[in-house]
Design a protein around this ligand. Structure first.
Ligand code: FE2
Length: 400
């Protein structure tokens, strides 16, 4: 393909938001919200838990109801006591004489219901700049990208065991709520421990990723028949979503993911002539056949750093080509309903995490969420059973 005919994908740009809502956390990490019945705390974030600052005052306004709370002490990292019409808010949100310390933190730029509407209509959504800047810089540090580009990423240790920031982004509440709603099930889990995808500058020769659908569908990728869901068209059942965090800003030039937006609804994998997952891995493929399809039928989603791009796992996509001198980083998470088998064992990494130092940085709610996301379970007559890898049986089934 002539050089001027490549990289013709259609760009969809999600701008950096000019402002963000606020989330107010109780001491156990639950979120303060309100409904027609008054204040309450919730272990999830939907529109009920969204607050706005009232400029020039120490006051927060609840977006859905208009209720206001005043912050008693100056806003600090540790939070403040909240008062409504002269009464204190307790840790469960009840109004009375008992005060609790609530912390305020970075929230979404739009209401969660707007993101849900968008993913239901389009099969994908970007939740822009949802991750707080200090958490994001931690991810740059351990991935050795952005402000920390000069280092070398340690691939020998799971990212979850390198910084509390990974557990923080894995338990980010807006995207969790969104995925639960989109898949229609509260019990969701990670298909693998969160992993970095770091794309260096392209050298014009190396093979690039071909078009595919993500786990658990894996359409366009041969050779993984034990994990793949057979190609089918069923409306209303979603067996996986992909939640990718843009650690770096995602731009066409630095290899932002290329999609065929809307393809999740087709009930089929990407066309072979677009260059699918496997063919593009064969040695010398790029030199012989060129890049996978980069024409205008494909889409590139550009997004600011700290954004979650959440898409139906059936959506055809591939990594872009990085034409800048700087590495581009993302943190990838395949998320599935509890009834699906995970791609990789997450229980061992989780056990190491809870026995390590970073667990202490999590709230009680974040600890519960991470456990729910990483421990697969059977619930039956024998009670709750955690499913994990059995070494003896693993040895037995290994091919000679
Ligand atoms: Fe993928």
């Amino acid at each position: 393909m002539p050089k001027d005919k490549i990289f013709q994908e259609t760009v969809t740009r999600v701008e950096k938001p000019s402002s963000h809502f606020i989330l107010l956390r109780a001491p156990n990490g639950d979120f303060l919200g309100a409904s027609d019945d008054g204040f309450a705390t919730f272990d999830y974030v939907d529109d009920k838990a969204i607050w706005d600052t009232v400029e020039g005052t120490d006051t927060y306004r609840h977006v859905a109801t208009g209720l206001v709370v005043e912050v008693e002490s100056p806003r600090s990292k540790d939070g403040g006591y909240l008062r409504h019409q002269g009464k204190w808010l307790a840790s469960n949100g009840t109004v009375g004489d008992v005060a609790a310390l609530f912390s305020s933190g970075h929230g979404p730029a739009h209401l969660p219901s707007e993101y849900l509407k968008s993913i239901r209509e389009n099969g994908w959504v970007c939740v822009p700049s949802i991750i707080a800047l200090d958490v994001l810089e931690e991810l740059e540090r351990i991935s050795c990208t952005g402000r920390w580009e000069s280092g070398a990423f340690d691939q020998s240790v799971a990212p979850l065991l390198q910084s509390a920031a990974v557990a923080k982004i894995a338990t980010e509440p807006v995207s969790l709520w969104l995925m639960r709603q989109y898949m229609g099930i509260d019990e969701i889990r990670l298909g693998h421990s969160p992993g970095f995808a770091i794309l260096p500058k392209d050298d014009g020769k190396r093979n690039v990723q071909g078009w595919h659908s993500d786990f658990p569908y894996l359409w366009g990728i041969a050779g993984r028949a034990t994990h793949r869901i057979p190609v089918h068209k069923v409306d209303g059942l979603v067996m996986g979503v992909q939640r990718n965090l843009c650690v770096s800003e995602f731009r066409k030039e630095n290899g932002a993911t290329c999609f065929k937006l809307g393809s999740h609804a087709r009930g089929e994998g990407p066309p072979v002539e677009w260059g699918t997952g496997n063919a593009n891995k064969e040695p010398g493929h790029r030199e012989a056949k060129g890049l996978p399809y980069t024409g205008p039928e494909a889409d590139v989603v550009e997004a600011p750093p700290g954004s979650y791009i959440v898409y139906d796992s059936r959506t055809w996509h591939r990594a872009g080509v990085n034409r800048t001198p700087h590495k581009r980083a993302a943190m990838l998470q395949a998320v599935i309903p509890m009834f699906m088998m995970p791609f990789k064992d997450t229980s061992r990494v989780y056990k190491e995490f809870i026995n390590g130092p970073f667990v202490e940085a999590l709230t009680d709610l974040e600890k519960r969420e991470l456990e729910a996301l990483m421990v697969n379970r059977m619930i039956g007559p024998a009670g709750h059973l955690a499913i994990t890898v059995d070494d003896e049986l693993t040895e037995r089934i290994r091919p000679d």
